[in-house]
Design a protein around this ligand. Structure first.
Ligand code: ADP
Length: 363
């Protein structure tokens, strides 16, 4: 099929419509005007005018005047409507050409390019959809760039440590000892965790994590988690308890993702609480169920609180720990809570303890 531009198609369709109109007008005019003119002459004769001598001449003149008028109107009609059609086609096609240029710019990497509004309703809708898609893509690209930037920064430290030790061991400036190898093993463990966590985070951020929302009774899930974590507690460590009524209202959530969030929050509480208690408390409030993990651990400085859910953020204290965490767990939890329609909050006081709580919508 031959490809005609939209402008030519519009032009042709306008000209065809106009020609059909004009030709119909001409045919109808040609058929009826002489008869009507003759009728008019007959009426004049009826009123006593004698037209017998000029009758033939009058009809002939009328027909020739009519034909000339018709040709003139055909010529003018085609010219004027052709010109008008050209202007209209241009107005429709111009924004499309502009859109095409902008999408090309976008494809070439100018993610800030946006399509301007159009006065044509459908084109305006297309422009709005394109712009929405463009800002989503820009967001994803921005996050991807930030993630890669943060990740390279995070990878540099363990890699530098590994490199330093391995070079020292190779040239004999460091003597090999079980402690050195333990340190090397700890750094590689940290690298492995980092890779695993980043993979989870990128899935959660890009929205590729399957979330299987269903009506869920949290009580058995929390109980089994408490049981699992209690087994890890040292004898002189904190006590772990669950504070909630057994007949909890059902929530709309994904059991696997809730478990992932809880494992992260309980894991953190355990890691940062030397003595005292870790309490899991559950209560409902309007259309939400809140789950809180309250610890009496070393807490977080007030100035650090706004950053705890940022990826790779770790307090100075936990950075000093070796191998330490990756600072990704809370970023993942934050995203997982959001994906299930809830919110997550933190309250903490240095050396007193922290409370991490999140909500889930009731089923
Ligand atoms: P990770 O624990 O792997 O470092 P997270 O994202 O889970 O990563 O936590 C980020 C940081 O927040 C931790 O490094 C720690 O400094 C701080 N943090 C998290 N939970 C607690 C807690 N319960 N008590 C004190 N600090 C915490």
């Amino acid at each position: 099929m031959s490809k005609l531009s939209l402008r030519s198609r519009l032009l042709f369709s306008h000209i065809i419509v106009m020609l059909v109109g004009l030709i119909t007008l001409l045919i109808v005019g040609r058929l009826f005007s002489p008869q009507l003119f003759e009728l008019h002459l007959k009426r004049l004769e009826g009123r006593g005018f004698d037209l017998s001598e000029i009758r033939h001449d009058l009809i002939w003149k009328f027909e020739s005047a009519w034909s000339r008028g018709a040709w003139l109107s055909l010529l003018m009609g085609v010219t004027v409507s052709g010109g008008l059609s050209y202007v209209v086609a241009r107005r429709v096609v111009q924004p499309l050409i502009q859109m095409e240029k902008i999408t090309q710019q976008f494809a070439q990497g100018n993610l800030k390019a946006r399509v301007p509004e159009s006065e044509i309703l459908e084109l305006n809708r297309l422009a709005i959809s394109f712009n929405r898609m463009a800002s989503n893509l820009e967001d994803v690209e921005q996050r991807r760039r930030e993630l890669v930037g943060d990740l390279t920064h995070e990878l540099r430290t363990p890699l530098t440590i590994l490199e330093g030790y391995l070079e020292g061991l190779a040239d004999g400036t460091i003597e090999s000892s079980p402690e050195i190898f333990q340190r090397l093993a700890a750094e590689t463990t940290r690298l492995r965790r980092l890779v695993h966590d980043v993979q989870e985070l990128s899935k959660a951020e890009a929205g590729y994590l399957p979330i299987n929302i269903q009506p869920l009774d949290l009580y058995p899930l929390l109980q089994s988690l408490i049981q699992r974590f209690s087994d890890q507690l040292l004898e002189d460590g904190p006590v772990l308890r669950l504070e909630c009524l057994p007949n909890l209202p059902l929530v709309s959530a994904d059991p696997e993702r809730v478990e992932q969030i809880m494992v992260n929050l309980l894991g953190n509480a355990l890691r940062y609480t030397v003595k005292g208690s870790i309490t899991v408390k559950v209560w409902s409030e309007s259309a939400k169920l809140w789950i809180a993990v309250i610890d009496t651990g070393h807490g977080i400085k007030a100035k650090d609180l706004p950053f705890v859910f940022d990826r790779f953020w770790r307090s100075e204290r936990s950075r000093a720990r070796s191998p330490g965490g990756t600072g990704i767990g809370l970023a993942i939890s934050h995203r997982l809570v959001e994906l299930q329609g809830g919110e997550i909050q933190v309250e903490s006081e240095l050396d007193k303890g922290s409370t991490f709580r999140f909500s889930l919508p009731l089923a």
